[in-house]
Design a protein around this ligand. Structure first.
Ligand code: TRP
Ligand code: ZN
Length: 879
């Protein structure tokens, strides 16, 4: 087999032919579905030269018939290979008819048309449509679609596709059909079809211009009671997009379908969003607060794509962040507006700094707009999504909301119905603001996390504060040299006497007490004048740019900011920095075999947090949460897995011992009898209470063990049940945990989403026997390698969240993951290429672990690999 070849951005050419209208007919059968297509094709006006062959994408299709303008083509008139159908001679404008057979039942890759729990569904983004029929499967070919779905009335009473149903009827042999018409031209990746035995909940929404929209959520019958939150979230998202971006919905029907087997979170198919059931179903008894919030965010994300993605789409897949980065920013802002804005920002940034920073520092690092790829499915990454959102957020902050909104209006108006590029988007922002964004564009082309070293000095005599910022972006694969970026640094100077933000004057210009300074050079000096008292700088407020910022803060400075910073985000960050300093000492102590001593300044800072009246309990819970092992690892040149685990455990236990009464009081003060609601106030109380309990359980305080047990047995809601069961399972009290795990599994055997949680709770436990437990659970009847949620819940959670055990010195954790990757490479390449991630980061570890991890990667490389896994493994093993 020849190695898959990369595709380059600079090779982009408009399509030779476009499709103006697509007529599809599906005759569904599990192993032999017939797909009949009639494509209305014309030569692209920009590609008029000579006669060009028609080349259509198509994979794993059995071609039965091909005709042009009604004339069936003979053997010599077309060529079919593994990936294409080519017709060398075609007219300027014609009808192409094809008929193919496909096999949904054996489709374990979950791309194209497949079966999930007996239900037909599709996933076409990015290149799944070519597994359904022969087509120019690229986003810059946009057509209206008319789709007829024929199915068995008994097993598939519900037949759905994009747009509006226009005709339905009975057919012989117990079959029936529905015809759908989607009037909005769309690329093939937004096509969707669902057929099965589904039930719906239905509500109505009237848009600001008075369009009456029917909203439907389609689920399996037993899940009808789990749709309320998604429906409410959808309505909130629709109203929010009208008010905030002036965007309203454009069809009479909007449908969401929940499916159990799905590679990602959800998919924004026009008028027919398909969701991983984990991203749509909630119930107080089965879903945690975090799950409720995730559902709200994903429902909004997919809905927002209707404009940022569907009405205006991507010219090619290099522009993926055009729709994903912007849409993530939109969903983040929506969630911030709906819940607690500072907590949302803290959650997003803390995830970003752990996971995206790690990606940027690893072998698969790539820019927000990559310039080449082998397998585009590998590029649905934290960089494209989350870093892309940070880049658009910086644009929004540079322009200010009102100007940014004008730019957004211009973008949607100018490019409605088109497939465009990231330049097109940024040009709109340039046009409405008059800003020079040339240097800013480097954020799209340069990979890696910029690092800023900051130094500050207060000049008492002159009443000046001098700040120096120096930026550097480390080399990433294929990009050895980096250019300086335009980095907006939002900041304040917190007076050490007044405890408030001081008014800042820079180069004679008053900036106010909270302002953005612009770092454009490699090194820049900023002199703030008329600063009457010595300040502590509060830098990068709200995480104003996706960078690492170092500043030589003393612990006293950080304790001070933790209390006095006016920016809630930076108050939290000061606490994280303070904890990191203590953790660094303890990591060193662990390495040197020196006795560990807890830094009392950290203890006292936590005591102050626990005893002072902090209004936002959710922020307080975040402040009390120590940096994760994964985050700590990102701060180290070589990751010392064991020292990190030991140091973090020591800090947690020391705090629990010193502040036992405070934690206990916090736990008690945050009980509530109110019926469960996924509302900010209640969520905050639960998270604060459960953080307190987790400290107490780290020392297995007798009272805490009883409280955890009671909380588990009370069974008020899944948030509290899961927290308690996790703490018991992760403690040494197997005598309590095992019976609880058993009853839990009996109670929830019928609910796959709850069983996912049961798997995760067990494989994230710190005990050394966890690998045996994991292997045992892989044989559990509720587990299946064919279901991506199960793979994530068991294998993904172990490799990603149980660092000390995954990185066992004997390499057994690595071996297990590699075995899974090899199997998944055959079953589901998209998931295989994702689950492998922890192994690809081998260069970050000590030599002995490096050797073991590399050996597993080489074992994988020896297999017959899918392009997905091939690309990742080659990058991981490249010198
Ligand atoms: N466009 C989807 C989203 O972000 C992403 C997606 C859903 C996807 N399913 C996929 C990407 C399968 C790759 C493969 O909202
Ligand atoms: Zn998206």
């Amino acid at each position: 087999m020849s190695a898959p070849q990369p595709i380059h951005l600079h090779d982009y050419q408009p399509p030779a032919y476009r499709v103006t209208h697509t007529e599809l007919k599906f005759d569904l059968a599990p192993s032999a579905t017939r797909v009949t297509a009639r494509l209305h094709i014309e030569r692209h006006p920009d590609r008029a030269e000579g006669s060009l062959p028609l080349v259509l994408n198509g994979e794993q299709l059995t071609l039965l018939r091909v005709a042009i303008d009604g004339q069936e083509l003979g053997d010599g008139e077309y060529v079919v290979d593994e990936a294409t159908l080519t017709v060398p001679e075609v007219p300027e404008r014609f009808l192409l008819d094809t008929e193919v057979e496909i096999d949904p039942a054996s489709n374990t890759a979950l791309e194209g048309l497949y079966l999930s729990n007996g239900m037909y569904c599709t996933q076409c983004e990015p290149e799944g449509f070519r597994r359904i029929t022969y087509y120019p499967d690229r986003p810059d070919v946009m057509a209206t679609f008319s789709t007829t779905v024929i199915g068995e009335a008994g097993t598939s009473p519900v037949l759905l596709s994009n747009g509006n149903p226009v005709e339905r009827g009975e057919l012989p042999n117990g079959k029936h059909f529905v015809t759908w018409e989607d009037p909005h031209p769309k690329p093939s990746y937004l096509f969707a079809l669902v057929a099965g035995d589904l039930q719906k909940v239905e509500e109505r929404y009237t848009t600001q211009s008075g369009r009456d929209v029917t909203l439907q959520i389609w689920v399996e019958e037993e899940n009808l009671d789990k749709t309320e939150h998604a429906m409410a979230s959808l309505k909130r998202a629709m109203a929010w997009d009208e008010q905030t971006y002036g965007r309203e919905y454009d069809l009479d029907l909007f449908m969401i379908v929940a499916v159990n087997d799905f590679n990602m979170g959800a998919m924004e198919n026009k008028g027919l969003n398909i969701f991983n059931s984990a991203a749509v179903l909630t119930h107080p008894q089965t879903a945690t607060d975090a799950a409720f919030q995730r559902v709200e965010g994903i429902v909004a994300h997919e809905y927002f794509h209707n404009w940022s993605g569907n009405r205006v789409t991507c010219r090619d897949w290099f522009q993926l962040s055009l729709k994903e980065g912007f849409t993530v920013l939109r969903d983040q802002t929506f969630s911030a507006d709906t819940n607690s804005a500072p907590v949302k920002r803290i959650e997003d940034v803390s995830f970003f700094r752990t996971a995206q920073f790690a990606e940027d520092a690893g072998p698969t690092a790539h820019p927000v707009r990559p310039d080449h790829y082998i397998e585009i499915s590998n590029f649905y990454t934290l960089t494209i999504y989350e870093k892309g959102a940070e880049v658009v957020r910086m644009l929004r902050n540079l322009l200010g909301w009102e100007t940014f909104r004008k730019g957004s209006d211009l973008y949607f108006e100018r490019f409605d119905g088109q497939a465009v590029t990231i330049e097109d988007f940024v040009d709109c922002m340039r046009e409405v603001s008059g800003l020079d964004l040339d240097q800013f564009m480097r954020w799209y082309s340069q990979a890696g996390t910029p690092e800023i070293d900051a130094y500050g000095e207060y000049d008492y005599a002159k009443a000046e504060y001098h700040l120096t910022l120096r930026q550097r972006t480390p080399a990433t694969p294929g990009q050895p040299e980096k250019q300086p970026l335009h980095i907006p640094v939002r900041m304040g100077l917190v007076g050490t006497k007044s405890g408030t933000d001081l008014a800042m004057t820079l180069d004679g210009e008053p900036l106010g007490s909270d302002a953005v300074i612009h770092l454009r050079e490699e090194e820049q000096h900023f002199v703030f004048t008329d600063i009457a008292e010595a300040p502590v700088p509060s830098l990068l407020r709200g995480f104003s740019a996706p960078v690492k910022l170092r500043f030589p803060y003393s612990r006293e400075d950080l304790a001070y900011l933790l209390q006095h910073d006016s920016d809630g985000f930076n108050r939290w960050d000061a606490g994280q920095r303070l904890a990191m300093l203590a953790l660094d000492d303890l990591i060193a102590a662990h390495r040197n075999g020196v006795e560990k001593v807890m830094d009392v300044r950290v203890t006292e800072a936590f005591r102050t947090l626990l005893t002072s009246e902090i209004a936002d309990k959710a922020v307080l819970a975040e402040m009390l949460t120590l940096p994760s092992e994964a985050y700590i690892a990102e701060q180290q040149p070589t990751v010392d897995v064991d020292a990190i685990h030991a140091a973090r455990t020591f800090v947690k236990q020391s705090l629990a011992l010193a502040l036992r009464d405070e934690f206990l009081a916090t736990y008690r003060a945050n009980q509530t009898d109110a019926p469960y609601a996924p509302e900010p106030e209640q969520i905050a109380q639960r998270s604060l209470k459960n953080v307190a309990l987790s400290y107490l359980m780290s020392i297995e305080d007798e009272e805490a063990v009883t409280l955890a047990q009671e909380q588990y047995e009370a069974g008020h809601n899944m948030t509290d049940v899961r927290a308690a069961l996790t703490l018991l399972t992760h403690s040494s009290r197997d005598d309590l945990a095992n019976p609880a795990l058993r009853t839990f599994a009996e109670k929830w055997a019928h609910d796959p989403l709850v069983m996912d949680q049961w798997f995760t709770i067990q494989v994230t436990r710190p005990q050394e026997d966890v690998l045996d437990r994991l292997k045992f659970l892989m044989d559990h009847p509720a587990f299946s390698l064919k279901n991506p949620n199960k793979v994530r819940a068991l294998i993904g959670a172990f490799a990603g969240q149980n660092r000390a055990n995954f990185h066992r010195p004997d390499g057994e954790g690595y071996r297990l993951l590699a075995d899974v990757v090899i199997e998944l490479n055959r079953l589901n390449p998209e998931i295989a290429a994702r689950i492998i991630t922890p192994l690809t980061r081998w260069k970050r570890f000590d030599e002995s672990r490096q050797t073991l991890m590399k050996a597993e990667l080489e074992r994988i490389r020896a297999e017959a690999l899918s392009p997905n896994v091939y690309e990742v493994v080659e990058k991981a093993l490249a010198e």
